[in-house]
Design a protein around this ligand. Structure first.
Ligand code: SF4
Ligand code: FE
Length: 490
């Protein structure tokens, strides 16, 4: 069953999710001006799924029931499904110009489905059934699920069990007949507050000594003992200014990250997907990360499309659109952006069925995709800032442009003076010029920069994480053999 955006927002109000921001508990977080744009952004995943124009991309037939489900809750059944996923994410990036958050759950579902299958095969456990029952429930209710992997990790030089504070990695503190009790936290959790459920996964490969840290499970977001501390975004308090609009750059949509704390949370047996099988932690991490690295070949490309469009408009508004260097910079931005898309499509087209039956991306190509994403959006934002000009970061506030305060000898107001001196080409009003510059500021430096620029570096794993996978998957020995063969070396 598909939920509507309105039903989704209403469903969040029914939850008892505990949220803290600026040192205080936020009771009505659904309507909080800092949080609401991120809810609207997830809302777009519901809106598009209900729109016949986008049904093919944004919905799928459940592999369990044959019913229509939101693609964000779907298990990929083919390379076509993998490609449609990338296209759906690009579309959503184009519609929101920010991080719409729901992909982490979809990527966790697909990694968990195949990993639990292989775990059960080795250990005779019941995790795959547990997971299937959980996902069926998610599909039926069209829930948003946070796929949570990253632990705070403390001293990076020490294993989980060797940390001074054991809570720096999520771990099992008690094993009971009816379930486990877990303790720890997950950091940088995208979309965690406005998710109905969480899927928790181990953060890295584990050894035997770390068996209690090899834990995966599902839990409702408002379970007893879970709370969240909101992550700040650049320029976030602009959202608290009365009547703020132009200065927000993107007044409608935004991303969301928070620290999710698990203060001795009870997980019933039926929601456990791993509890000590440390030799499968790495598989889960590699697969989830692979899917999420594929995701970036879609979502970041969609946001890139909007940024390129905004830069082209800024050039027009400045009257500079005919300059050859501007045209060339826009070409370079398109080239970089489409290269990322090529990677997203390629790792999908080269995908293969897992033992469990769902489809997985080509891991090497997905890691190459994300490695490029750690670089190209930086070049794209540099070019956007180049084209936009310095006014993007020096112009007065919206309230100045609207001010009636008289300052001039002939009775001119602050607003009139701002509008006079920041007017540019006749193709735009001064306000339109401000709007596009603030919008570029938002994507390059402001609230959406979390989801475009810095997240391009660290989201789905920092650059070094991909290089490790590229080293593992690159098959240097086979390449040496090719060279030896042709060079005549025995
Ligand atoms: Fe989805 Fe991209 Fe946000 Fe990750 S960064 S949750 S892939 S929109
Ligand atoms: Fe992300």
């Amino acid at each position: 069953m598909l939920m509507t955006k309105e039903q989704y927002i209403e469903s969040l109000r029914q939850m008892k999710t505990r949220v803290y921001m600026f040192g205080e508990q936020v009771e009505n977080w659904v309507d909080h001006p800092i949080i609401r744009p991120s809810i609207e952004c997830v809302g777009m995943t519901y809106e598009l799924a209900n729109d016949p124009e986008y049904a093919d991309l944004c919905t799928a037939k459940s592999s369990y029931t044959g019913e229509t489900v939101n693609r964000f809750t779907h298990l990929h059944q083919s390379t076509d499904d993998l490609i449609k996923k990338v296209k759906m994410l690009r579309l959503l990036g184009q519609k929101t110009a920010s991080c719409f958050q729901r992909c982490v759950g979809m990527d966790a579902f697909n990694a968990m489905f195949s990993t639990t299958y292989e775990m059960d095969k080795k250990y005779g456990t019941n995790y795959h059934d547990n997971f299937n029952n959980f996902l069926k429930m998610v599909q039926e209710n069209d829930f948003v699920v946070d796929g949570a992997m990253t632990d705070p990790k403390g001293d990076r030089g020490l294993a989980p069990n060797a940390q001074k504070d054991p809570d720096l990695f999520m771990h099992i503190v008690e094993r009971r007949e009816d379930g486990i009790v877990v303790r720890g936290a997950k950091a940088h959790q995208t979309g965690c507050i406005n998710s109905h459920w969480h899927i928790i996964m181990p953060t890295q490969a584990m050894r035997e000594e770390d068996a209690d840290y090899a834990v995966a499970f599902a839990t409702p977001t408002d379970a007893d003992g879970i709370y969240m501390i909101y992550g700040r975004q650049s320029c976030d308090t602009r959202k608290l200014e009365e009547g703020a609009d132009v200065d927000l750059g993107n007044a409608q949509f935004g991303g969301q990250e928070a620290l999710v704390v698990f203060d001795n949370v009870f997980i019933p047996n039926e929601y456990i997907f791993m509890a000590g099988e440390y030799d499968f932690a790495n598989m889960m991490v590699e697969r989830f990360a692979g899917y999420h690295r594929q995701s970036y070949g879609g979502c970041k490309v969609g946001v890139g499309d909007v940024l390129i469009g905004a830069a082209a408009l800024a050039a027009e508004y400045n009257g500079a659109q005919k300059a050859s260097h501007i045209k060339d910079k826009l070409i370079e931005m398109v080239h970089l952006n489409e290269t990322l898309y090529c990677c997203g499509i390629a790792c999908s087209a080269e995908g293969q069925a897992t033992e469990a039956g769902n489809y997985q991306i080509d891991l090497l190509l997905a890691n190459v995709c994300k490695q490029n994403v750690t670089r190209f959006p930086y070049d794209i934002t540099r070019l956007a800032e180049d084209i936009a000009g310095g006014l993007m970061v020096t112009m007065p506030a919206e309230s100045d442009f609207n001010s009636d305060l008289v300052v001039g000898k002939n009775g001119e107001t602050v607003g009139e003076i701002c509008n006079k001196y920041f007017a540019a080409a006749p193709s735009c009003t001064t306000e339109e010029r401000m709007r596009i510059l603030r919008f570029i500021e938002n994507m390059c430096l402001g609230a959406s920069a979390v989801g475009y620029r810095t997240e391009s570096l660290h989201g789905a794993g920092s650059p070094q994480a991909q290089r490790i996978m590229i080293a593992r998957q690159g098959n240097l020995e086979a390449k040496k053999a090719l060279a030896k063969n042709i060079a005549g070396i025995k």
